[in-house]
Design a protein around this ligand. Sequence first.
Ligand code: SF4
Length: 210
Amino acid sequence: MIAPSRILSLLTERLRSAPFHLGQVRVAAGSDGRVELRHRDDAALDSAELQSFHSPNHAREIAQYDAAGEYRPLKGTPNLKRGWRMDLTGPEETRVALDIFYPAALALWAAQTDDRLRIIPLSQTLERQTGMYRYARTISPEGARELTRRRCLEGCSRRPLWSDLPSPAPGPDEIPLLCPEACSFFVAEARVVAKTEFEAKTAPPPSAGD
Ligand code: SF4
């Protein structure tokens, strides 16, 4: 486990070369030590055009629903709403806010920086499943790759490090958004894919009259 003080010191260091991005959040440092967060697509907007927040905990209400008012259960989904800015006092408040926007992302980045990131192979994650999710283990390799393409590479901002599919490398102005182990959403969908594959294999062949 990475010590919170280590995460804070890395973030403090990174803020010296701000602006940078974490997922869809743009982080910029002011000359007075304050830090501003806003949606990266709002980078060019005047501050007066955005709704201002002054507590890092407001990240929760910003991140909870998308622009259409739909709940965002998976915070890596690239549908963070726009139109807000957060004016924060410094690194600690920035850490709190970013941890709400992208849970554990800073700790994973710190672990990677310190060569302590443990990547769990998909087979191991699926093998560990119990109850109704045990069935996810039977997903075919091709089914798993297709699901990774759809759910992770197209539908999530995190990089699935456990997959051998290529994903875009983070740019120099980004803190990488890492995924070292398939999440519960992936496992739930793997179960559905595995069931569909099984049903397709066991369906009776069409009769001559069909
Ligand atoms: S498993 Fe896929 S969908 Fe889940 S957090 Fe990782 S990259 Fe995102």
